[in-house]
Design a protein around this ligand. Structure first.
Ligand SMILES: [Zn+2]
Length: 207
């Protein structure tokens, strides 16, 4: 009898200890939570599909580059509708890939967008030129045949849209009797080289 009594006492104490441990570790609480979440899950899955609202049509993707649609005119007062694209014209064995805008010598040339002057370069064909990147370095704007640069223009100068960067001329291979701005837009490659890019017709970007 003594043995049975001791066993019963020990078993009872053990059960009390187990209950206390379970309560303190939260096992009992966790169990209650699991039981409670199951009906919610089932209820959610039972929502009738036909009454669910049809997904809204995806909005049209944003234009790939803001700057493409918002270029300013590089020559003040020129109505773009009076310009004719000469992007695809053949010029001495190569495609022109730019827009010529005729203007009197000395007419101010304006930055078409905000961005830094990356290179001031003189070449046989382009004469006095400016290479400007847009702020995202996606596009390079090229202004050629300039008569001279704006005072204090340097590589690294941040131009705002509409800032004067130079003046129309006929440097390079332009006829001295037909001063004009040769304006080009290049999409830059991952290397961001001012001398490398894919030319696109500037005229639609000015309209
Ligand atoms: Zn040209």
């Amino acid at each position: 009898m003594k043995t049975v009594a001791a066993f019963t006492l020990g078993f009872g104490a053990g059960m009390v200890c187990l209950a206390v441990v379970l309560w303190n570790t939260g096992s009992i609480v966790t169990h209650a939570q699991v039981v409670r979440t199951v009906p919610e899950t089932i209820q959610f899955k039972q929502l009738p599909l036909p009454s669910a609202p049809a997904p809204a049509p995806a909005p049209a993707p944003a234009p790939p580059a803001r700057d493409r649609a918002s270029l300013g005119m590089p020559i003040a007062g020129v109505n773009p509708s009076t310009l004719k694209s000469n992007f695809s014209e053949a010029r001495g064995g190569h495609t022109h890939e730019a827009l010529d805008i005729m203007a009197p010598r000395g007419t101010p040339v304006l930055a078409v967008a905000e961005g830094n002057v990356v290179k001031l370069f003189t070449s046989k064909q382009g004469g006095l030129t400016v290479y400007q990147f847009d702020n995202s370095a996606t596009w390079c704007y090229y202004y050629a045949h300039l008569d001279r640069y704006a005072p204090a223009l340097k590589e690294g100068t941040l131009l705002r849209k509409g800032d004067v960067l130079g003046y129309v001329g006929s440097t390079g291979d332009a006829s001295p009797h037909a001063p004009h701005l040769h304006f080009a837009v290049f999409q830059l490659g991952p290397e961001k080289h001012w001398w490398q890019g894919t030319a696109i017709d500037p005229l639609p970007l000015l309209r």
